[in-house]
Design a protein around this ligand. Structure first.
Ligand code: SDX
Length: 433
């Protein structure tokens, strides 16, 4: 509880309702309105949840004004620099960095859960080759609830098995979607490979040739996955929490999160950024599109710009931008016209009064697609890559919610603006039109 005192004074009735204030470890305090309706007869109203804390969480902290992102208290730039995706997954799930033995045990558990049931692979043959990979992945992840329905979500061991299974299997499912789109045979996981090397192998190996893992590519992927692993109560994580709050099968809750992530306002933005850069086409065209992005009557927006929380640089965008420079030169395609275009677009937009006034900076999706493209991953797979990484955050938040003894089903209310009560009228009595 906080020492701050607040109250709601109703000028009509003169009633003053004390409001409980709670302080977190970092960030804004919250007004606990849990009893506002029974105490004062009001709902609060906040479409888009711009000022609403939906839960208490110890996983990730974001300071939008300062551009700070902490995973269990560790700055994401330090983790990007010194950790690995598997170690970050352990940190997000269990709250502490693992000792050597725990890390190896966790890594081993993930490795030996990477294969998927053969019947699951057959689902892919039901999709047309040009089905969007996000549609295939959300469908097949949802089908996991048909294979793993005997777990008791109130049993911590069962929750752990779910966590390891789905984190391990997402790359296999993602790669199967990609192979299906190419008409190529599925490539099975290889237990001697690390998480990201395994994914690259399942994506790009073919049975007729040996495939050499590019260490630079595997390290770039590992870094991107660290940066995409979690992000507080974003739309897809909130979807997983709300879906999971009913006690549904956890694989179904994750499938709901994948569906939410797909939207172009959220994880679908990385694919939309590449489409936008290709549409803009050249540096000379940038002013025209920046003008369109500023026009309230034009639906066009600069994809990869803006963020509900960051009103400063998204710390992940900065790291990915630096990474672009290094990776493109290591991979030898330094003259990436799309990267040049993105740099110039960022430079022009960040000098523009409209973007400055609205605090619109590049977000995590602005540069990530350029790296995925440099790694040979097609645009249609960009959001799938985001989903692979964010599965760790979704699972961590699902675990935190389910393990909370005070857990309740999420059930928001509304401001009703529909018709008042009225009686049924027989069709003969109704006025035409
Ligand atoms: C992710 O929540 C998370 O943490 C998400 C994420 C994660 O890791 O989980 O960080 C990942 O989803 C990043 C965001 C990716 N989306 C995009 O890049 C799509 C383009 N961005 C916008 O659609 C928008 O900025 C949002 C959706 C990201 C944020 O929307 P908000 O907070 O609801 O803000 P808004 O739409 O109300 O915009 C505020 C103003 C508006 O102008 P006014 O109505 O005040 O006149 O800024 C304008 C908007 O028109 N604006 C833009 C713009 N984004 C906002 N104008 C031009 N180009 C843009 N990109």
């Amino acid at each position: 509880m906080s020492t701050k005192q607040l109250q709601l004074a109703d000028s009509d009735s003169g009633v003053k309702t004390p409001l409980k204030v709670r302080d977190g470890t970092l960030g804004p305090s919250v007004i606990d309105i849990g009893n506002l309706y029974p105490d004062a007869g009001f709902f609060t109203y906040d479409p888009g949840f711009k000022s609403t804390a939906s839960c208490e969480s110890a996983i990730t902290y974001i300071d939008g004004a300062e551009g700070i992102l902490l995973y269990r208290g560790y700055p994401v730039d330090q983790l990007a620099e010194q950790s690995s995706f598997i170690e970050v997954a352990y940190l997000l799930l269990y709250g502490e960095l693992p000792d050597r033995e725990s890390l190896e045990a966790f890594q081993h558990s993930i490795t030996v859960h990477t294969m998927i049931h053969e019947s699951m692979l057959r689902f892919f043959n039901g999709f047309h080759f040009n089905a969007h990979p996000m549609a295939m992945v959300s469908g097949v992840v949802g089908s996991m609830s048909a294979f793993y329905y005997d777990s008791d979500i109130n049993n911590a061991r069962h929750r752990d098995i779910f966590a390891h299974r789905i984190i391990a299997k997402l790359p296999t499912i993602a790669a199967a979607a990609y192979k299906h789109s190419l008409g190529q045979p599925f490539i099975y996981p290889q237990n001697h490979l690390d998480y990201c090397s395994n994914l690259l192998n399942m994506f790009f190996a073919v049975p007729s040739e040996t495939y050499e893992i590019d260490r630079v590519a595997a390290e770039a992927l590992d870094l991107l996955f660290i940066l995409h692993a979690d992000h507080e109560q974003n739309a897809s994580t909130s979807t997983v929490r709300l879906a999971g709050s009913s006690g549904t099968n956890p694989y179904s809750a994750i499938a709901a999160g994948i569906s939410s992530l797909w939207g172009p306002a959220h994880g679908g933005a990385n694919e939309a950024v590449l489409n936008m850069l290709e549409t803009i086409g050249s540096v000379e065209q940038i002013p025209r599109y920046v003008q369109r992005a500023k026009d309230a009557n034009d639906k066009f927006r600069l994809m990869g710009f803006g963020h509900r929380v960051y009103k400063n640089f998204d710390p992940r965008a900065k790291i990915i931008r630096e990474m672009c420079h290094k990776l493109l030169s290591k991979l030898g395609n330094t003259d990436s016209p799309l990267f040049e275009l993105a740099l110039r677009l960022e430079e022009i937009a960040l000098k523009d009064e409209y973007f400055i006034a609205k605090n619109l900076y590049p977000n995590v999706d602005f540069y990530s697609g350029i790296i995925y493209k440099a790694l040979g991953i097609p645009k249609s797979m960009f959001t799938v890559m985001f989903a692979v990484a964010r599965t760790v955050g979704w699972v961590a938040h699902w675990q935190e919610m389910i393990a909370d003894p005070a857990r309740k089903i999420g059930r928001p209310r509304q401001l009703y603006t529909g018709p008042k009560r009225r009686d049924y009228v027989a069709v003969e009595m109704r006025k035409a039109g």
